[in-house]
Ligand binder design. Structure first.
Ligand code: SF4
Length: 95
């Protein structure tokens, strides 16, 4: 249903005919670590995340997995050691 509490006009899975069913009956504002994220959106009630109702929980323990402003470093690719003797045999066999 469409939210009528905080993110007014946004479709939300927590909204029901009885009101917001999320913890405390409302969403919670973004936290400092959300600054710069494209999902942080200004509503009349303040700045909230359009992807989750409680940003502090998203950041507890680890980085938010939905954040658009943090670049995750790729793990370096494992370098396979090549045995030159086996490689030449493979090449000779046409594999
Ligand atoms: S997606 Fe994560 S980082 Fe971005 S606003 Fe929401 S909780 Fe904050």
């Amino acid at each position: 249903m469409v939210c009528e509490v905080i993110k007014v006009g946004k479709e939300c899975a927590f909204m029901s005919k009885k009101g917001c069913s999320f913890n405390g009956g409302k969403c919670y504002p973004i936290i400092d670590r959300c600054q710069g994220c494209e999902r942080a959106t200004v509503f009349p009630a303040g700045e909230y995340c359009i992807a989750c109702p409680d940003p502090a929980v998203k950041w507890s323990g680890r980085d938010c997995n939905l954040a658009t402003h943090i670049v995750k470093e790729k793990a370096p690719e494992a370098v396979r050691s090549v045995d030159p003797l086996k490689a030449s045999k493979r090449k000779a066999a046409g594999r």
